[in-house]
Design a protein around this ligand. Structure first.
Ligand SMILES: NC(=O)c1ccc[n+]([C@@H]2O[C@H](COP(=O)([O-])OP(=O)(O)OC[C@H]3O[C@@H](n4cnc5c(N)ncnc54)[C@H](OP(=O)(O)O)[C@@H]3O)[C@@H](O)[C@H]2O)c1
Length: 265
């Protein structure tokens, strides 16, 4: 099977203002020779990433400011991207979490999490799928999480969104397997990014240890798997083994251990 080749192709990367999205953008430009449409809410960060990529790697970058919790903004991202350039691929990476016991007072936050992590990913996947069908080629990578497989206690809304994103991506891939369009998912474990420090998850196990890899290392794995057109890739032996253990353990036992391991100190 021929690998994906991103050289001189245009790739949309959501959530590129920090963490994994920023690392993906840098790797795609520096190692793969891709041109990029980068998006997030914090425009000044995107502008500085654009300058860096253009100066250091001589690739073209277009910045589109978007709030993916707003469906109009999601549609606008699709419209602007496809009217500016011929797009070859999209990486749906933007995401947010909340690390607390579920409580009705935080319901608006949960709605945002579902909008960004699940609904925008579904909408962008479907809009770009249609566009790629017309072109006869294209590639979609959806970043999910270990939370797509494990019930991460104290992150109920996040875990629900990632379970949904994972299964949606797999089904979409199967339904379109005859076409020349790659639909992949990548489910990392911990990454030392703002998501951990902003939510307080970093206080559980620190920011750069065995469980929390650097964004650069995870980005490298994600791009390698995407190029190989993997339906699902889980980086790291510890997480691969975790998935096997999950199949064996009774659900109650799994919840017991996850509650203990995610309980705030
Ligand atoms: N960190 C981990 O341990 C971990 C583990 C597994 C999976 N993941 C997944 O990896 C992906 C990237 O997360 P990260 O760890 O790199 O976190 P991060 O550093 O917090 O980055 C999240 C990105 O999403 C963007 N974003 C958040 N809300 C948005 C909104 N409403 N509209 C548009 N963009 C929005 C942020 O940009 P703005 O704030 O500028 O809008 C930022 O660029 C997420 O899908 C996450 O679920 C992370």
């Amino acid at each position: 099977m021929r690998k994906l080749d991103f050289k001189n192709k245009w790739i949309v990367v959501t959530g590129a203002s920090s963490g994994l999205g920023k690392a993906l953008a840098i790797k795609l430009a520096s190692k793969e020779g891709a041109n990029l449409i980068i998006t997030a809410r914090r425009k000044e960060r995107l502008d500085s990433l654009k300058s860096r990529i253009e100066n250091e790697f001589s690739r073209e970058v277009i910045v589109v400011e978007s709030d993916l919790s707003n469906p109009d903004s999601v549609e606008n991202l699709f419209r602007v991207s496809t009217s500016e350039k011929e797009i070859f691929g999209i990486i749906n990476n933007a995401g947010m979490t909340d690390f607390n016991p579920a409580d009705i007072k935080d319901y608006e936050k949960y709605e945002k999490i579902i909008e960004v992590n699940l609904k925008s990913l579904m909408r962008l996947s479907l809009m770009f799928l249609d566009y790629f069908k017309e072109k006869g080629e294209g590639a979609i990578l959806n970043i999910t999480s270990m939370g797509a497989f494990f019930p991460l206690v104290y992150q109920g809304a996040y875990t629900a969104s990632k379970h949904g994103a994972q299964v949606f991506t797999e089904i979409l891939s199967k339904e379109n397997s005859e076409k020349n369009i790659t639909i992949s998912s990548f489910a990392p474990g911990g990454i030392a990014t703002e998501m951990l420090s902003n939510s307080g998850l970093d206080k559980l196990r620190g920011s750069d240890d065995f469980f929390n890899w650097s964004a650069e290392k995870v980005a490298e794995k994600a791009i390698t798997a995407f190029k190989k057109k993997k339906l699902l890739s889980v980086p790291g032996l510890v997480y691969k083994l975790g998935l096997i253990l999950k199949r064996i353990l009774p659900r109650k036992t799994l919840l017991y251990f996850l509650e203990k391991s995610y309980r705030k100190k």
